[in-house]
Design a protein around this ligand. Structure first.
Ligand code: DLL
Length: 433
């Protein structure tokens, strides 16, 4: 079901006409209201009236996370605080949080885009949506909540945590959809099994899963564990929150970017040049309609590529491939670049392994080393030592063959690795300690 037929199926030409009009408006607004943009545009030698076509976008300077930090907390807002009705923040691993603000209209747009996302997962007002994204400063909880209400569905505002209670409500309230991170859904499935619940007999039909990278193999695992369709939703607080892009249930191949509200580019993170469709690089977004906190050419560090081919669902918006990782999560092991999600894909092809793993990176002399800790199933764990050693060898070999990376594999007992209620932390980097 297409929530907003008028915009989601706009012919490309009409869409581009709308985009350039909106781009000109936002560029003018930030230039005249925010000191940071005035300075950065002036430094780049470009003025708002020179932006005449979408092609001119590439003349505008990039914005990066450090710019947000330098203007902490509210310095990049284009409206006075009296017009801000909500703030969110993302904690990040270092330093101060990244703060974002919304006007009433921004919240309204966000609700619409999340309603579109739910519709593209096949949900309607007849659905019951169990929302296990965290409520609070994180954008996941409230973002999904407002979208589900906009759709007219019944929302269960569960938030993260209280795993036993989650299972109880999943059984008793009979939700047809669940929102949470993919890793948390696997954890819920595991916890449910332990409580003796048949997770396949729940009424759940679809998962709206995102906020962290995951692989196609992880999707298969979730779909077979729970007998649901597991769909990918993408977003980031800086740009809005969840609902910047979403997979459709018809295509299940790439996420439609809501291009009437966001312009998307892919750049080479080193040279910063814009890459043609199909090439992998860093996603860069420009917000077209945001009032409180517009961003021009924001570098996300997320790695993906754009797929311009038409999708069978009828939406004309371009699709971005599932995000394979963040450029700052990329591991360089003895000169070979590898993302945790690639390791995940290899692990999940191997029978007897559980979808719970952790990567430990250390430095020995000048060399970076990678240890892969992965849980094995109960059955495998009770096998003879020799069997376990063979399995370790097989994993080491597959990782080497498929990814070209040398690793040390450590099989661990079922349920020993840490579980996460929100974003999973897959990499433990001991190099800086
Ligand atoms: O994670 C917003 C969100 C909430 C998205 C719920 C989807 C569902 P932040 O906390 O600001 O916002 O983190 C944004 O998370 O730059 C990506 O690195 C990562 N990320 C988000 N969605 C996906 C996804 C929310 N589907 C950062 N696949 C982004 C891979 C994702 N990575």
């Amino acid at each position: 079901m297409i929530y907003n037929e008028e915009f989601e199926t706009l012919p490309r030409e009409a869409l581009e006409a709308l985009q350039i009009k909106r781009l000109q408006q936002v560029v003018n607004r930030v230039y005249h209201t925010v000191g940071f943009y005035r300075k950065s545009f002036d430094k780049a030698g470009v003025s708002p009236d020179e932006i005449r076509s979408l092609d001119d976008l590439k003349r505008l300077p990039f914005t990066v996370k450090q710019d947000l930090r330098d203007n902490y907390p509210f310095g990049l807002f284009t409206v006075p605080m009296t017009n801000i009705v909500r703030v969110h923040a993302s904690t990040g691993t270092t330093g101060k949080p990244t703060v974002v603000g919304y006007t009433k209209r921004d919240i309204d747009t966000w609700a619409e885009l999340m309603a579109r996302a739910f519709s593209s997962a096949g949900l309607t007002k007849n659905d019951i949506i169990h929302n296990a994204y965290g409520y609070g400063l994180f954008t996941g909880g409230l973002g999904a909540h407002y979208g589900a209400e906009r759709l007219g569905a019944s929302v269960i505002p569960m938030s993260g945590g209280s795993t036993k209670k989650q299972i109880l409500l999943l059984q008793d309230f009979g939700p047809t959809a669940i929102c949470c991170t993919p890793s948390y859904l696997l954890f819920l499935a595991e916890a449910g099994r332990e409580m003796g619940v048949d997770m396949k007999s729940l009424k759940l039909r679809v998962g709206i899963l995102g906020a962290e990278p995951w692989s196609e193999r992880m999707r298969d695992e979730i779909e077979s564990e729970l007998e649901i369709s597991a769909l990918d939703i993408y977003g980031l607080s800086e740009i809005m929150g969840p609902g910047v892009a979403m997979e459709c249930i018809e295509g299940r191949n790439g996420l439609h970017v809501y291009e009437d509200h966001f312009l998307v580019e892919v750049i080479n993170p080193e040279t910063k040049e814009v890459l043609p469709y199909g090439e992998k690089g860093e996603l860069v977004f420009t917000t077209l309609t945001k009032e409180a906190f517009p961003l021009i050419r924001y570098r996300t560090k997320d790695i993906s590529r754009l797929m311009p081919q038409m999708c069978k669902c009828g939406r004309t918006f371009i699709r971005m491939e599932r995000v394979s990782g963040r450029s700052d999560d990329m591991l360089i092991i003895r000169g070979v670049n590898v993302f945790p999600s690639q390791i995940e894909s290899v692990l999940m092809e191997i029978k007897g392994l559980e979808p719970h793993y952790q990567l430990i990176v250390e430095r020995e002399g000048a060399m970076d080393t990678l240890e892969i800790q992965v849980e094995v199933s109960e059955k495998v764990f009770s096998d003879e030592i020799r069997e376990l050693q063979n399995l370790e060898k097989r994993i080491t070999k597959d990782i080497k063959d498929y990814l070209g990376v040398t690793s040390r594999v450590k099989l661990v007992e079922p349920k020993t690795l840490e579980r996460f209620e929100g974003k999973a932390k897959r990499v433990i980097d001991k190099r800086e300690i």
